[in-house]
Structures are given as C-alpha cells and as structure tokens.
Ligand binder design. Structure first.
Ligand code: HEC
Length: 161
C-alpha cells in the first residue's frame, strides 16, 4: 500500500518534469498519421495516432496511472477494504498535452468535469463505495466512447458485479 503510493507519487513527479521540459519539441511531433492509427486501432495504447510509442504524451501517461489506480481500487473493494482518498488523489489529466490535440474540445471538457464529479462522489460515499466506484468507471466509459475507443475493452472489465 505504501509502495503503491510511492510509485504513484514518483510517476506524477516524472510527469511534471516531462510536461515542463519537453514542450519545445512537441509541435514537430504532432503529425497526424492516419495509417499508423488504423494499424494500431486495436492495441491498448492506440486510441490516437502515436508517432513514437516509446515517448507517450503526458495525458497518455496519466491515463495509464488512472487505469492502474482503478484496478487497485477494484481489488481493494473486492477485499472489502475502504478506499483512502490520499492514496488516490484526483489526476488532472485534462490540463496536460494529449497525443491528439483535436480532443481538446468543449465536449471533452464536459466529460472531464462529469468524471471529476463522479470521482469526488466515490470518496464522499464510503459506505456505498462499490456503487459509486461503478458510476466513476461509467464516466471513464462515457468519455472513451467519444474520444478513445481503444482501451474500452479493458475499461469495461473494471466494474464490480
Ligand atoms: C474526459 C475524457 C476521458 C476520461 C473521463 C477518461 N479518459 Fe482515458 N483517455 C482519454 C483520452 C483522450 C486518451 C488518449 C490520451 C493520449 O493518448 O494522450 C485516453 C487514454 C486512455 C488509456 C490509454 C493510455 C495509453 O496507454 O496510451 C487508458 C488505459 C485510459 N484512457 C483509461 C481510462 C480510465 C480507466 C478512466 C477512468 C478512471 C479514463 N481513461 C477516463 C479520455 C478520457
């Protein structure tokens, strides 16, 4: 549990460094390559055209952390444990650079706001965690139906029966 928290914190630190140091090179890399995106449409990381899969954008990295956290929350809830809000701070993914800058439109931010509300609701209802956890995962799905369908298959396995 402590290790998990340290790992999340470490990743966030790296993300902060990454966003502040790499911005000059970003413009060049944002070439949209349709062929690439079709080829990778089925793979996990391929919701948007990724020129260099070894150099993911900050939003993609944050999403990976969010998915890892959802996975860990699910295991904890299945074991009947309470979720600690300090272990799962809200990640402001909508403030950082995405692989495809075209996603940054009003509907995306509406989805992000609804997701943030359901994330807060989860920690505001410790006695109904499973229900609110499922609602939070629903908010992941809702955004992904419009913006990034690649990970949907994985996200749809997150809800608790
Ligand atoms: C407001 C919209 C939105 C919400 C809410 C959202 N996502 Fe995402 N997600 C995206 C977008 C856009 C990307 C593509 C990011 C990029 O490539 O820069 C993405 C990418 C991903 C990826 C692929 C990351 C990679 O390896 O490239 C995963 C996995 C993921 N999201 C899981 C989740 C989970 C789990 C949740 C809920 C806890 C969630 N997402 C909530 C929009 C959203």
């Amino acid at each position: 549990m402590k290790n998990n928290f340290l790992a999340s914190f470490g990743l966030l630190c790296i993300l902060v460094l990454f966003t502040s140091s790499c911005q000059n090179n970003e413009a060049k890399k944002q070439v949209v390559d349709t062929t690439d995106s079709i080829a990778k449409a089925d793979s996990m990381a391929a919701c948007t055209p990724i020129k260099d899969p070894n150099n993911p954008k900050p939003m993609a990295l944050m999403m990976r952390l969010m998915a890892a956290n959802a996975d860990s929350m699910r295991s904890q809830l299945l074991r009947g444990e309470k979720l600690d809000s300090l272990k799962y701070p809200f990640i402001k993914f909508y403030l950082v650079e995405p692989t495809d800058p075209n996603v940054l439109e009003p509907k995306f931010f509406d989805n992000a706001r609804l997701f943030q509300e359901s994330y807060k609701a989860l920690f505001a209802h410790p006695d109904e965690s499973k229900k609110y956890y499922n609602l939070m995962i629903n908010a992941c799905v809702n955004c992904h139906e419009s913006y990034c369908s690649g990970p949907l298959k994985r996200i749809r396995k997150f809800p608790i029966e």
